[in-house]
Design a protein around this ligand. Structure first.
Ligand SMILES: NC(=O)c1ccc[n+]([C@@H]2O[C@H](COP(=O)([O-])OP(=O)(O)OC[C@H]3O[C@@H](n4cnc5c(N)ncnc54)[C@H](OP(=O)(O)O)[C@@H]3O)[C@@H](O)[C@H]2O)c1
Length: 312
């Protein structure tokens, strides 16, 4: 590489990094932004929560949306509410063939796939590595990690062909300590890695990929998790700023903007992005403060003894 090429490449890297700066980064936007009007968006876990709101906001932007999930009834109900630009397809993300069929059916119905949102996920039972049922641990990995991989792989040929964008819904648990939540945290960290690699692998096609890092969001998942006694107890041992769920509309507005800008990272609430940037320091501090947090240790101890008592 000569000096001219090296300078050009350094300029591209600097522009790419400048694009990540909140608000002012928009000045450096790529010239291949995605206008969702007329584009086709494939969303897994679209029946409820974040997935359903992505469908609503994408439709409002003029997109066609494939609503994909494991239960057809609620997906069809949502499709009827959203009109002719929405269609429901049944696919459990544990089943690669079903996802491939849903991708085929989407292409048949709408002509292709421009954006895939690998969103479907579950919250495995909040137990420790010592007490979690091994089958539940592995199911968590199968849905939250392997399900995302299957979704991406089944739709990738169309994304490549149409120079589209892949969105992978991870979590703050990609870098937060996953105590009482380890299959989930391990999956969310793994899919972050997978998406970073994918973004580089897609660059020569002009396609892109980005990771979403939601904090806690007002959906069934957060509500059901926080309803569990020892999780509520653990939650109260942490600053409320980090654990108060935000409205689903807020994270989805950020996701939609991220799609339009082909952002490699989307985060909400506001404190997630700075933490992400400082994660080397933040994760060390977090781990140490959690190890020495007496209320959290007590909650973990109680969770384990309850589990052992329930098992008899
Ligand atoms: N809520 C939060 O605080 C939060 C925070 C960070 C990240 N996230 C992530 O955001 C994503 C969406 O979560 P959410 O809060 O919207 O959860 P949610 O309200 O519980 O909705 C989850 C959706 O995923 C679907 N799903 C679950 N297992 C599936 C499977 N095997 N195959 C196909 N679809 C499946 C569910 O389908 P059914 O309706 O059939 O059950 C449901 O539509 C997840 O990846 C989650 O990890 C959520």
């Amino acid at each position: 590489m000569n000096i001219g090429q090296a300078l050009k490449e350094a300029g591209r890297v600097a522009t790419g990094m400048a694009r990540q700066v909140p608000v002012v980064g928009a000045v450096f936007d790529r010239n291949d932004r995605i206008d969702l009007n007329g584009k086709v968006v494939f969303v897994t876990g679209a029946a409820r929560g974040i997935g359903a709101e992505i469908a609503r906001q994408a439709i409002a932007k003029g997109a066609c949306v494939a609503l994909v999930g494991r239960t057809l009834g609620p997906l069809e109900k949502l499709a009827a509410e959203l009109g002719d630009n929405a269609a429901a397809f049944k696919a459990d993300v544990a089943d690669y063939d079903a996802l491939a069929e849903a991708a085929e059916a989407t292409i048949e119905r709408f002509g292709g796939i421009d954006v895939v949102v690998a969103n479907a996920g579950i919250a495995p039972p909040p137990d420790t590595l010592l007490t979690i049922d091994p089958k539940e641990f592995e199911r968590g990995i199968d849905i939250d990690l392997m399900g995302q991989w299957r979704t991406i792989r089944a739709t990738l040929p169309s994304i490549v062909k149409r120079q589209g964008h892949v969105v992978v819904v991870s979590s703050i648990y990609a870098f937060f300590n996953g105590a009482l939540n380890s299959p989930y945290a391990a999956s969310k960290a793994a899919i972050e890695q997978l998406t970073r690699a994918l973004r580089v692998e897609l660059a020569h096609y002009g396609a892109t990929a980005g990771v979403v890092y939601p904090g806690f969001i007002q959906t069934d998942m957060a509500e059901q998790t926080f309803a569990i006694d020892h999780i509520d107890e653990a939650r109260k041992a942490l600053p409320a700023m980090f654990t108060d769920p935000i409205p689903v509309e807020d994270i989805v507005r950020a996701i939609i903007t991220g799609i339009e800008r082909r952002s490699p990272r989307v985060a909400a609430p506001w404190w997630v992005l700075p933490m992400l940037q400082l994660r080397g320091v933040v994760t060390n501090l977090m781990d140490e403060s959690m190890v020495h947090n007496a209320a959290l240790s007590k909650a973990i101890e109680r969770a384990e003894s309850k589990k052992q008592h329930d098992r008899g």
